[in-house]
Write a protein that binds this ligand. Structure first.
Ligand code: FES
Length: 171
């Protein structure tokens, strides 16, 4: 092979240099864009399993269901907002903490503890007279066909933490 063939021409050198520089600049632009695109998804997954301090001491939980309201930060893609959450919280006869979603499993109205004078000691949904026993199971013959969903919960430093409401089979 001759020396002439090993030499890089000025044109080739310019081509290599510009290709390398172009690739470097493209990578410099693409990496932040990729991170920007993927980050909210990763963050949403990380926050999904988080439990929130609802501001209720475990000592204040009685056998009478009480309404607990709190706010959680919701990240939806790039949009962040505070959303309100509500639970009915009490201790059952075994002293276990129960936290039920107030969302009726029929068509999503708000369920209240002893919401009807006609049905004491039950959860009641005023939209179509839906009823649930104290343990959250639906009263047969009323519109709801599934029990109230249950919040995952934890206790830390004497305070109640609640997560996401889940159907009973998963809770
Ligand atoms: S929405 Fe609750 S009974 Fe229909």
């Amino acid at each position: 092979m001759s020396d002439k063939k090993k030499q890089v021409s000025r044109r080739q050198f310019l081509n290599y240099s510009l290709t390398g520089l172009g690739g470097f600049m493209a990578a410099g632009m693409l990496v932040p864009m990729l991170r920007f695109a993927i980050d909210p998804v990763l963050q949403a997954q990380a926050e999904a399993g988080d439990l929130a301090n609802v501001g209720l001491s475990v000592d204040d939980i009685t056998e009478e269901p009480q309404r607990v309201d709190w706010e959680v930060l919701q990240v939806d893609g790039w949009y962040e907002s505070n959303i309100n959450r509500t639970a009915w919280v009490f201790k059952d006869e075994d002293g276990e903490i129960q936290a039920f979603s107030p969302i009726c499993t029929h068509l999503g109205c708000f369920v209240s503890w002893e919401g009807s004078e006609d049905y004491p000691n039950e959860f009641f949904c005023p939209c179509h007279d839906g009823r649930y026993y104290k343990d959250g199971t639906n009263v047969p013959g009323t519109p709801p066909l599934r029990p109230l969903e249950v919040y995952e919960h934890a206790v830390e430093n004497g305070m109640l933490y609640l997560g996401e409401p889940k159907p009973r089979e998963e809770a």
